[in-house]
Design a protein. Sequence first.
Length: 345
Amino acid sequence: MKIKYLIWLLPIVLVFSSLTFSQQTTKENVVKPDVQSPASPEVKKEEIATAALKAVSFNNGVSTFVNSKVKFELVSKDNVATDKILYKLNAGNELEYKEPFAIYEEGKHVISYYAVDKVGNKEDAKSFKVVVDNTPPVVNVSVSAPIIKSGDKLYASKNFTFVVEAKDALSGVQSVQYSIDKSNYQPYLTPFTIPAEGDISLSIKAMDNVTNYTEKYTMVAKDENGNLINLTDGNVSIFVDNKAPIVEIRPDKELLDKNGRKIATSDYNYTVSASDAESGLSSILVRLDGKGEFKTYAGAIKFDTNGEHLIEAKAVDKVGNVSPVAVLSVFVDIIAPDTTIKAIE
């Protein structure tokens, strides 16, 4: 009677299982292949395509995200004894659970699992949805004016505003930091300028919510011919040029000085020159007699009308630094002397 009574009770034995994360990074030299392809070759750890710093899971209130360093553990409890736990990934083959496993393929996945006890009681299948994210944020730096490549250097000025945009298609961006000296990083909160003069190194660090990490970013520069150059490696060295060009106006002959007034004739030629020791000259602009806007300097200047004349000149370098305006004021005398004669008794 006791044996029959025991057999009658066995079908109502309870069995249930649960899934947990293991966020311990594995220490072995190789890891198991993708669970839906148990016959595939083993994969060396360094070949796993993840940029994650450590095993991390993240829930944004809608979805659970992990990187491929996270392992999944199945635990079953039964009031008699669990026989085995079975699981499968997505529409893959059903496998018997032996040890914690990772998912290496990026994207959305469903883990289905259930347990069976020693007398054949089978738990209703459960499922767990997870998104594997092994890709760091994509970072782009845009600048309010073109970074200029002149020779083997990249140039900017203190007036340039840098905007950092980081995007992450899966778990989302957790943090972005920047530095101009490769060591003192600060959180990126708003667009910034670089007031320092001289060589700097613009470095960016970005991380998503499952610790996928990158120091790479893209930025566009222009060469001296105006062609676009895509910078993609990060840690870009830039020379910050805050010095304006030097501009000078010269007559081709010495001017006559009369009571502090510079006197010339109509056959004088005036040339404008400028120099810039850093990013280089972009343009020289002139204005004559205070009329209208500054125009591009096209060559020697002459005046053929009598009276006061004014030359104003300024220069702009390749990163937009503008020189102070140079001024030359001359009186052009084109009226010949009038000589008379009289007899003196």
